[in-house]
Write a protein that binds this ligand. Structure first.
Ligand SMILES: Nc1ncnc2c1ncn2[C@@H]1O[C@H](COP(=O)(O)OP(=O)(O)OP(=O)(O)O)[C@@H](O)[C@H]1O
Length: 686
């Protein structure tokens, strides 16, 4: 119907446009047709008593009114600002504006080029402009509000003749209660690609909505889920904000859709265990155990499977090291002592800090020395290693021992930023490059790293076109912020990291070969935690950071930690020890305080790992006892346990006996004897 309206009118002059609008409304065509535009025309004419050819004076709210509205919608504007700038950059159309209105259709934020903004201001397209249907007739923002639905209003779909040179597409932005919080609109001279634009706008609105949930429910536990694991942490994920008792406080649209629920109110009456066959506590535990990779969960009373991650509230944040008091405060005599829970919380808050990094593993110390040597000669370093293995911590250590140590260490994670933002984050943009951009402009990370070190984490996620720009910066040693032609010379050391194999991505055409060679001046593979010879020291260091110096591990708990395979590496270790410290509540940490490891069946029995040099005398006695039992055709319980753990470790070390021996801190010969006794065959001894 919209198409019919447009075609029948063609390129009408002012009068003809007005006649056409009047004809359509008077003919009553719109009453049968399901057309948002014709219905809006009818409202404008019959309800608001507007006339299409009566020159419309743009309406504005007063400055104070605008400020009050901005204040009321501060969180929505804050959540939208970044996404709007990003959308604007993505559109690449200097004759367009990205606009946010409040629920009265008043513009509260706008991003456009300075020139387009100046040109459109007199038409009402600037902050404070009123675009409700009553004020501006049929238009993207106002009609989207009236219809509570996404809409494109092309040129002559506008009610007033003077807007027929413009095309606007608009979508509603919903708040966590399911009410419209704002309208997001793109107004442009071009009427091309409106379908595509509506999709982009819809995606941007979802990003704003997700941010709004995070913002308004900071104290809640976020749960991310999707029926396909690769969609968790993306725009398409279902997102819930959950209270500590498991009740649902908020949900995004995708969550409702995936759970087959219609309204927010419907979901607000549920608890996590009513939706999934897991409690919040269980999900938290399993998520932490999987290093926050999605874990399987099922829809309650249904066979639907989801992949989910539950996290602790953002406000549960780690206290930075600088805030940790260097003295211990003793309660004033006579004051009431805190409850055990409060004591525990206070203690945890006081001790949580980054552990002083441990680099006692010989391979790692050698890597560190090499990296510092080469980076001093301006050779880029490329780190590979599993997630959580400490690539950023290592990069920081390289920086601190380098000639640029007095400069800044600037890290950017290419995987955690939307593609469109990586560019402005890296290269920055000029002040006033577009009206909604930060007034001061943005100094990109590359410039911030001038005189210091730039750390590009998850470099494999850098989009191909940006790879080309980065390559140019590396070659020319100068950077050009967006929206400018100025070049700034830069001098920085570059360290990049990836848990993916870049040569494979190069072969698949997903990573530029020339950039790969440029980044990999030297390539260093960081060992996983399970392979590190200094694993015991790391456990001790992280324990102190998470639980305080006074807390110790029972020998069984230590053996359990030593034997575990740590797929999430040191990050996972931190989470496990954090939980353990909370459960132990000031006492020694025992195996029962390591529930996630117990759930995986890691046995706390006196296993092979209990054979470090310090335990040698006991080991002799054990050896003798084992000699006696070795002849027995069946293994006893302890040996069966030992066998299981050794098999697991061999598996993790790809059956490299030297590495397993190193991890267990025993000689290769001792390990071979042990393997023989436990009937484990090594077909190709290394
Ligand atoms: N040598 C170390 N000693 C103690 N703690 C460490 C060490 N290395 C890393 N950590 C801790 O482990 C966690 C993960 O470290 P980091 O972020 O450097 O890993 P990453 O390999 O860069 O992870 P990702 O692949 O996810 O980017 C952090 O909490 C960090 O403080």
């Amino acid at each position: 119907m919209t198409l019919a309206l447009r075609n029948s009118g063609g390129d009408r002059g002012g009068d003809r446009h007005a006649d056409h609008v009047l004809d359509v409304v008077r003919s009553g065509l719109h009453e049968e047709a399901n057309d948002i535009v014709a219905r809006s025309w009818s409202r404008c004419l019959n309800e608001y008593r507007l006339h299409p050819d009566k020159l419309h004076e743009p309406a504005f709210v007063s400055r104070q009114d605008l400020e009050a509205r901005r204040e009321r919608h501060a969180d929505v504007i804050d959540c939208a600002r970044y996404e709007m700038t990003s959308l604007y950059q993505q559109l690449g159309d200097s004759e367009s504006a990205v606009v946010l209105t409040d629920t009265d259709g008043v513009i509260v934020h706008m991003v456009s080029s300075t020139e387009f903004g100046a040109e459109m201001g007199p038409l009402g397209l600037r902050a404070g402009g009123k675009w409700s249907e009553v004020d501006a007739g049929t238009n993207g923002m106002g009609t989207c509000l009236a219809a509570a639905a996404p809409i494109s209003v092309r040129r002559e779909d506008h009610f007033f003749t003077q807007f027929t040179g413009l095309t606007c597409s608009a979508v509603p932005v919903f708040d966590p209660s399911g009410n419209i919080a704002a309208v997001l609109d793109v107004t442009s001279r071009s009427s091309m690609m409106q379908q595509h634009l509506l999709v982009l706008l819809g995606m941007t609105a979802r990003m704003i909505e997700n941010r709004l949930i995070d913002r308004r429910f900071r104290d809640a536990y976020p749960v991310h889920f999707h029926s396909r694991p690769e969609f968790v942490y993306t725009l398409h994920e279902g997102r819930l904000a959950v209270d500590g008792d498991g009740s649902i406080l908020a949900a995004n649209r995708s969550a409702l859709f995936q759970l087959g629920l219609q309204t927010i109110d419907e979901i607000r009456t549920r608890r996590v265990e009513d939706l999934f066959q897991s409690s919040l506590e269980d999900m938290l535990q399993r998520s932490s155990q999987s290093s926050f990779h999605p874990v399987v969960t099922f829809r309650a009373n249904a066979a639907l499977r989801y992949f989910a991650v539950a996290r602790r509230p953002a406000t549960d944040a780690v206290v930075p090291r600088t805030n940790v008091p260097s003295v211990t405060h003793v309660p004033t005599p006579g004051t009431v002592s805190a409850t055990p829970a409060a004591r525990s919380a206070t203690r945890l808050a006081a001790v949580r800090a980054a552990a002083e990094p441990t680099f006692k593993d010989a391979r790692l110390t050698a890597h560190l020395a090499t990296a510092r040597r080469v980076i001093a000669r301006q050779t880029p370093v490329l780190l590979s290693g599993e997630t959580g293995a400490g690539k950023e911590v290592f990069a920081r250590a390289v920086h601190e021992g380098s000639p640029h140590a007095s400069g800044a260490f600037v890290a950017i994670n290419c995987a955690s930023l939307p593609e469109t933002l990586i560019e402005s984050e890296l290269f920055g943009y000029r002040a006033g490059a577009f009206t909604g951009a930060q007034r001061t402009g943005r100094r990109g990370k590359i410039l911030q790293a001038d005189g210091g070190t730039l750390f590009l984490d998850e470099i494999a996620d850098m989009p191909l076109d940006l790879q080309a720009r980065l390559l140019r910066v590396l070659d020319e040693r100068q950077v050009t912020p967006l929206g400018t032609e100025d070049t700034h010379p830069v001098d920085f050391q570059l360290i990049s990291a990836s848990h993916q194999r870049l040569p494979e991505l190069v072969r698949e055409g997903r990573f530029r070969e020339d950039l790969y060679y440029r980044l990999a001046g030297i390539e260093l593979a960081l060992p996983a935690l399970r392979e590190r010879a200094d694993k015991r020291d790391i456990i001790q260091g992280v324990l102190e950071a998470e639980a305080g110096a006074g807390i110790s591990l029972s020998p069984e708990a230590e053996r359990m930690l030593m034997a575990y395979s740590w797929p999430g590496n040191i990050r996972q270790l931190r989470h496990v020890l954090r939980t353990a410290a909370a459960l132990a509540d000031g006492r020694m940490i025992v195996c029962d305080n390591l529930p996630s490891l117990q759930a995986e069946g890691i046995a706390p029995a006196p296993l092979v790992p209990a054979l470090p040099a310090a335990a040698a005398p006991a080991a002799e006695a054990q050896e003798a006892e084992e000699q006696a039992t070795a002849a027995a055709p069946k293994l006893n319980l302890i040996q069966a346990n030992e066998r299981q753990v050794l098999l697991q470790m061999l598996e993790h070390h790809r059956w490299n006996v030297s590495n397993v021996a190193k991890a267990l801190e025993v000689s290769r010969n001792t390990l071979y004897r042990k393997l023989h006794k436990l009937h484990i065959e090594i077909s190709h001894p290394d």
